[in-house]
Write a protein that binds this ligand. Sequence first.
Ligand SMILES: [Zn+2]
Length: 232
Amino acid sequence: MNILNARLRGRSGLYRIELNGARIASISAQQAPAEANEGDIDAASNLVVPPFIEPHIHLDATLTAGEPAWNMSGTLFEGIERWGERKTLVTHEDTKARAKKTIDMLVDHGIQHVRTHVDVTDPTLSALKSMIEVREETRHLIDLQIVAFPQEGIESFKGGRELMTEAIAMGADVVGGIPHFENTRDQGVSSIKFLMDLAERSGCMVDVHCDETDDPQSRFLEVLAEEARVRE
Ligand SMILES: [Zn+2]
């Protein structure tokens, strides 16, 4: 199978991309538009690019705006509050259906690598269980990385540390955090130390929502950077 009549970034003219299985075997310039044989893909002079990456999405919370109420202030904190209400209505099938619909939209836009945060401040870890299934069921479409994300805090949420630990044991790929959302600054700092320990023990990567606030006093980024530096 070949891709014909492709445009490439930064180059003029049309190109033929020869494929060998899932790999590109060669790329050659065409003298003129070519007729596609059966099984070929005619790019019709459109730009052909490598797949895009969606590095930050919350697939467990997508397509829920207005349910059960709209975020009237438009602020992040009201958004988190509204999500807290929606979370009580979440079911296994509801999460899977919304995530898969969103993944279809991502794929339609050329995205093949996705990192999603999944809220694990839920004693049942319901969304995480759904997303682990979705990761398997969409493997032919995308590479999906799941971040164990403590939306309501690690230290401030009852059982937060245990839920984070369980989420990683269940198969989340990345350790998350939200230090500026913890009740006190000290809890923010200890949440970072906890999540870095967890990542170190499990060999997982770290992806923290860090200082996502207008408060200039929020300085957790330097705590996180220092924890990364001393653990090299
Ligand atoms: Zn986020």
